[in-house]
Design a protein around this ligand. Structure first.
Ligand SMILES: NC(=O)c1ccc[n+]([C@@H]2O[C@H](COP(=O)([O-])OP(=O)(O)OC[C@H]3O[C@@H](n4cnc5c(N)ncnc54)[C@H](OP(=O)(O)O)[C@@H]3O)[C@@H](O)[C@H]2O)c1
Length: 260
């Protein structure tokens, strides 16, 4: 795969798994996250396994800071001349009733999950429009289509990502740029440990889970054959569409489940 792929949140979970899968396909990687030592370890592993590929570019990037995202794109273009695919993957969850979510939690999750994705969309458009090609991918969630109790703040950011993706997809199509949203269900990553830490309560997986590698493999196919949305968990797209079509029935089912 002769593509330069930039991934935010590449130090763990889906982002790291995607980097490994893309390395296997010969992609050139630009890896951003705050824990740069984890990025360095991942890049060393990739260099060891694929010495013939260009070494991944590693840079500290806090996606909640616009200047960090801009600097990551600038470094990518300086080193590799272009960014073909930009993956806005960085994000986290929290669990709290809507009325118990603090203002700080609300602002922080919005700034990272949504503004962080938007900064990527802005920078990606800036570097891709002149080349009249590119692919922007937002890692949203299955929860974007129907929220769950105690997940309101997180689901808000994921639904907002989907809205931005839907708009930008049509806006950038005339420039030869595709925009996709990815909607994983429960995926085996550090996400739940981090959400539990941030929420001060246990946050567990919902339903059947998938490995991060499985999600990443499907994302590689999405990069090879771009399309508007990817729902990696089998059946999840239809189930969520149904759930949002009959909100009262879904509310009652969720209430029963919450009480059980
Ligand atoms: N796991 C699931 O069940 C699931 C389901 C649906 C959607 N998702 C979405 O998938 C994406 C990846 O999550 P994951 O499951 O792979 O969880 P994870 O293993 O906890 O990874 C999260 C990644 O996001 C990065 N990150 C968090 N805040 C950041 C910030 N301010 N700036 C830069 N990077 C930041 C972390 O890197 P640093 O801490 O090093 O910065 C880490 O690399 C998230 O957007 C999440 O909402 C996950």
């Amino acid at each position: 795969m002769d593509k330069v792929v930039l991934i935010t949140g590449a130090s763990s979970g889906i982002g790291a798994a995607l980097a490994r899968e893309l390395a296997l396909h010969g992609a050139t990687l630009v890896l951003g996250a705050r824990r740069v030592e984890r990025l360095e370890e991942l890049a060393a592993e990739i260099r060891r396994l694929f010495p013939q590929s260009p070494a991944p570019l590693v840079q500290r990037c806090d996606v909640s800071v616009a200047a960090d995202v801009e600097a990551l794109f600038r470094a990518a273009v300086e080193r590799f001349g272009r960014v073909d695919v930009a993956v806005a993957n960085a994000g986290y969850g929290i669990k709290a009733d809507v009325h118990e979510t603090t203002e700080e939690q609300m602002r922080d999750i919005w700034q990272t999950n949504l503004m962080g994705s938007w900064y990527v969309m802005v920078q990606a458009a800036r570097v891709m429009i002149p080349r009249k090609s590119g692919h922007i991918i937002l890692v949203s969630s299955a929860i974007a289509r129907r929220s769950l109790p105690q997940m309101g703040a997180y689901a808000m950011t994921k639904a907002a990502q989907l809205s931005l993706a839907q708009s930008q997809r049509v806006e950038l199509a005339p420039h030869g740029i595709c925009v996709s949203s990815v909607h994983p269900a429960s995926t085996e990553t550090d996400f739940f440990r981090e959400a539990s830490r941030r929420s001060g309560r246990a946050v567990g997986m919902i339903g059947k889970s998938q490995s991060a590698q499985r999600v990443a493999q499907k994302m590689v196919k999405l990069i090879q054959h771009p399309r508007p949305e990817l729902w990696p968990a089998p059946g999840s797209r239809a189930a969520l569409l149904m759930a949002s079509a009959v909100p009262g029935v879904t509310d009652r089912a969720l209430s029963r489940k919450t009480k059980a």
